[in-house]
Design a protein around this ligand. Sequence first.
Ligand SMILES: [Zn+2]
Length: 241
Amino acid sequence: MSDRNQKQTVAYSSPDTDSGYRSNGRGGKDRKYSRSSGRKMPDRSARTAKLLLILIAVAVVGKTAAALLPSGADAGYLGSVTVPDWIDVQIIETDGASRRGENLSRLSDIVIHYVGNPGTTAQQNRDYFNSPESNVSSHFVIGLEGEIIQCIPLNEISSASNDRNRDTISIEVCHPDASGKFTDASYRSLVRLTAWLCGIGDLRSSNVIRHYDITGKLCPLYYVEHEDAWEQLKTDIARAI
Ligand SMILES: [Zn+2]
């Protein structure tokens, strides 16, 4: 089940703009004189040497600044991923609630949910996300027949996983009854979709988590109550990656 964390305030820190070079490598006027002879070097050579030092300094400082950024800090690449044709793309309207139009800060994990409304279809759940009364959403909904609908662009946040919305992709799965157990068709699609997402995000099956693992909510219910089924799901995903 989706949960929008009302209290959430996501602070996006912009990259450190202090990435300009602090040292220009200049050593003062004395550098015009060679150490060995003390003779004055030609001005042109001195200028070339200074320019080289500046270029080296800029390269070093730039590389250091890039290394200091957290890995995966930019999830922008997800916006240019080609979605395979087995996914039915039906992006919902940006309304500031279900779809806030904010970018993922990074992609750390994939979060699995169940819809919590037995017998409903993927289309019904997607259409609910798109309705004015909804303030929840997930990136994907998987239906009882294994159909997969995408509701939120990969590089944007959904409103599903509380304070982990900012760095996760969410999948809601439909279920036929109150146990919350997925159909075989839903299960197969879930494994396929999750493995594909792990591939594009360079993630492993250990990066596949439940809503339960974030908040303790009993979601996805069957896979919280049956730890062995959850472990089997992750094993199946690992094989498919
Ligand atoms: Zn949930």
